[in-house]
Structures are given as C-alpha cells and as structure tokens.
Design a protein around this ligand. Structure first.
Ligand code: FAD
Ligand code: NAD
Length: 402
C-alpha cells in the first residue's frame, strides 16, 4: 500500500520546523514527506531588518535547506506555490503540480499597504532576502550618488520608514548604526543624513510596555533617529510621504514601508475563508471543515481564548505551531487524538541596533540595554538551534553577545 503523503508548503520557521519534527516523529515507512519552497534556502525572517540596513550579510541570514533537512528522507521541491485545489488534494506550483494526502500551509506573510495610495509602487518592504538586499543597495547607492553629484540634494540622504511597530523600530535601530558608517565611507557630514520613523498611533510600538517604549525612543533619538508619532501616512509619492490632516510632505531618497503584514495571497486564491488576510484555524491548527489541511505560522489566526483575539504573528508562535502541527499529523496517521495548540509566551525582545535592545522575558520581567541585547542574540541563536542543531549555531549564529 502507498504511504500517505504529507506536503509542507513554505520553509520558514513554521514549515521547516514542522518538516524537521515530522522526520523525528515518524519513521520513513510511515509517511512520504515533501517540502516545497520558493528558494533552495531558508532565511531568518527575524534578521531581515539587519540585511536591509546592511549591518548583516544576507548569506549569514540564510541556510541551504538541504543542510538542515535530509534530502534522502524528505523530497525537496524548489518552486513557487500558486494555488491549492482543495477538492482535488492538489497543489498547483509554477512549474508543476503535486498531490497530497495531508497538507501544511506555512507560506508566511506578505506586506499589507492597506490600499494607501502609491505605497506599493513607491516604497520598499522588508519581505525576504532579495527585497532586503535591494533596500541595502538602494541606500548605499543614494550615498554614493550624493558624494559625486555636482548639485547635491540633501533629501537623497533621508531614509523614511513608515510604521513604528517592531519591524520599523528594529530597522531604524540598525540604520542608526549603518548611516554613520556610510557617511564616513562617502565623506558625507553625518548631520546631512536623516533617519525618520513615522507612526500613526500616538506612540511607537502601540500596546507595548510604556517604560520600554520610552527607553527605545530615547535610545534611538540619542543616535539621531527622528520619530514622528501620531502621524498617519495617507500617500506615498515617488520620493515622499504625505502625512497628517494638513497633508505635510516629507521627502526622502529611500522609503521603506513597515506598516503591516498579512497572510500569503495563496490562501484567498485557494478559496479559504479569509479574515484580514489569514485563515482563522481550529484549536488543533486545521483549517475549518478541512480534515487534512493545517494552516500555521503567519498564514493563520490562532485565537487567544483568554483575550478573545488572535495571537500576534511571530516566529516564536510559528515554531510552537510546528510542534503541535507535527504531533497532530502523527495522530492522524495513527488514529490517535489531536491536541489543542497552547501558546507558551516566552516574552518579546526587540533589538535597537547590535548593542542595544529592550523587552520582556520570563513573566513580564523588563530588560534594557546590553542585557536585553545579549538576550535577543540568545533568542536568535535558539531559533537556529531548533532549526539546525549546534552545527547551524556555530556556522551562522550571533557569537558576540555583547
Ligand atoms: P516566513 O518566515 O515568512 O516563511 C515563509 C516561507 O515560505 C519562506 O521561506 C518563503 O520564501 C516561502 N514562500 C512564501 N511564499 C511562497 C510561495 N508562493 N511558494 C513557495 N514558497 C513560498 N518574530 C519574533 O517572534 N521575534 C522577532 O524578533 C521577530 N523579528 C522580526 C523581524 C522582521 C524584520 C520581520 C519582518 C518579522 C519579525 N518577526 C519576529 C515576525 C516573524 O518573522 C514571523 O512571524 C515569522 O517569520 C513567521 O514564520 P512563517 O514560517 O509563518 O513565515
Ligand atoms: P505591525 O502591524 O506590528 O506594526 C505596524 C505599525 O505601523 C503599527 O504601529 C501601525 O500603527 C503603523 N501604521 C499602520 N498604518 C500606518 C499609517 N498609515 N501611517 C503610519 N503608521 C502606520 O507590523 P510589524 O512591525 O511588521 O510586525 C509584524 C509582526 O511581527 C508583529 O506581530 C510583531 O510583533 C512581529 N515582530 C516581532 C519582533 C520582535 O519580537 N522583536 C520584531 C519584528 C516583528
């Protein structure tokens, strides 16, 4: 009899971790496992702001999938998922089709511009390795161009970041380190280059601990980052944001949008019921009314029953989804009971450059400065450890904690 075929779509935190767990939990005779991903590498999405700022090389932030998944045990397909044909148990890829008995959809996030005029066309977004590398190269080009221009336009040196959530704040933290380097490299006076973060809410990092937000703001401002709060962006032009009720225009040579994310557009193309770009999954992480389809990571809304709203999309949650998802796939194969997903919140730590950070750990204990920065690197290394063991930590890890 043919072995049941489990197909995992996407090799981010959720998909790669599910695949690894399946190889640990199931014997080769129990199931055929297939992993489909757009590229032959996995990247640390949580490090992409560093790649975009140019403070980390893209090769340190990515790992060949075949280095962490045994290709003799798992069939690796490098192709783009176009659509899932649920009724036919079939996935349409750009270059072929693939059938499944069980499916895991872990295709991650896409940028959400909320229909803001011109944003999609004129702003960069930190979405994957190539998009992040493009931002880095664009910023450097602006500085190089300025240094040789006969008629200099100081606006070319301004970097505008729309959205003061964790991604925007971590990104400007890296820029605060990179921009002085670029100024030195291209003989530019540091005071000419501006880094501006624009947040619609009354303060950056809405909803986060006020003391930590105040700490982050001061740390960034002390290093030359301008923070505009209560400033809603209504339009993105070729070289500017339009903000606030008065229609103030801020000009820049580089514009990056970090104002929101949503689930993969493959979900809506495939006819799933969508709420704000994602599928609200059952407590066992299956799509509603689908016996054999799990949706995890940033593609899923997983309800926090205590608070009556979904958990935020994080790598921490995506990795935990993978544990439950792989256990439930094993249970389905062995006719066992499925388990409910229970989120174990280990806290949130955000970097403010390579030497500063802030966040909460261990039941709301507040961390600041060097201690927090070291903790953030430990967290980053822990993800690498889970994905690829000590070998991966030694190869790609953040070894300088302080
Ligand atoms: P992803 O990591 O996005 O992986 C999706 C995978 O699917 C990728 O390999 C992609 O190439 C592939 N893929 C996508 N579409 C297709 C397709 N059509 N066909 C084939 N393959 C496809 N969370 C934290 O908990 N801590 C942090 O410190 C943190 N920092 C962050 C920093 C940044 C800059 C960003 C952007 C996010 C950060 N997050 C953080 C959030 C976290 O990265 C996401 O929640 C997490 O990556 C979700 O994991 P995932 O596996 O669902 O998706
Ligand atoms: P987000 O949705 O958390 O933040 C987007 C920010 O943009 C919000 O503060 C929002 O008010 C602002 N915004 C939206 N529209 C705007 C407008 N028109 N004008 C100005 N500002 C506007 O998105 P994110 O920061 O990309 O984070 C996505 C997910 O990834 C979150 O769940 C976050 O917790 C997670 N993340 C975690 C970390 C970490 O733990 N260190 C780091 C990065 C991201």
């Amino acid at each position: 009899m043919a072995k049941p075929k489990i197909v995992v779509l996407g090799a981010g935190y959720a998909g790669l971790m599910t695949t690894r767990r399946l190889t640990q939990k199931l014997g080769p005779e129990e199931a055929e496992i297939v992993l489909v991903n757009k590229h032959n590498y996995h990247y640390e999405t949580t490090w992409l702001h560093e790649v975009a700022a140019g403070t980390r090389n893209q090769n340190q932030a990515r790992t060949m999938i075949s280095d962490v998944i045994n290709p003799n045990r798992v069939s690796l397909i490098y192709d783009e998922v176009v659509e899932v044909k649920k009724e036919e148990n079939r996935v349409v890829l750009k270059n072929s089709d693939i059938t499944y008995d069980y499916l895991v959809i872990s295709l991650g996030f896409e940028t959400n511009t909320f229909g803001i005029k011109g944003m999609e066309k004129n702003a960069f977004s930190i979405t994957d390795i190539n998009a992040s590398r493009m931002i880095r190269e664009h910023i450097e080009y602006q500085f190089a161009k300025y240094s040789t221009a006969a008629k200099k336009n100081d606006d070319d040196l301004t970097i505008l970041v729309g959205g003061g959530g964790f991604t925007g704040i971590e990104f400007v933290g890296e820029l605060a380190e990179k921009v002085p380097e670029l100024c030195k490299k291209y003989d530019i006076d540091r005071s000419k280059a501006r880094i501006i973060n624009v947040e619609a809410a009354p303060r950056i990092l809405p909803g986060f601990n006020e003391d930590l937000v105040a700490y982050a703001k001061k740390s960034l401002q002390d290093r030359g980052v301008e923070i505009r709060e209560g400033a809603k962006i209504s339009e993105c032009k070729k070289s500017s944001f339009v903000i606030g009720d008065e229609g103030e225009e801020i000009k820049a040579g580089t514009i990056v949008w970090t104002g929101g994310v949503t689930g993969s557009s493959v979900l809506s193309k495939s006819g799933f019921e969508i709420t704000k770009g994602k599928v609200t999954v059952d407590s066992d992480l299956r799509a509603p009314d689908e016996e054999n389809i799990f949706i995890i990571g940033d593609c899923a809304w997983v309800m926090n029953k205590e608070e009556g709203r979904p958990f935020p999309p994080t790598a921490q949650a995506a990795i935990q989804h993978a544990d439950t998802c792989s256990s439930n796939l094993k249970a389905l194969l062995q006719n066992g009971p499925l388990e409910e997903f229970v989120f174990d919140n280990k806290g949130t730590v955000a970097s403010l450059g390579s030497k500063d950070a802030m966040g909460t750990v261990f039941d709301d204990h507040l961390l600041y400065g060097k201690q927090a920065s070291a903790m953030k690197k430990v967290i980053d290394n822990r993800s690498l450890f889970l994905l690829g063991g000590p070998k991966l930590v030694l190869k790609k890890g953040k070894m300088r904690l302080l």
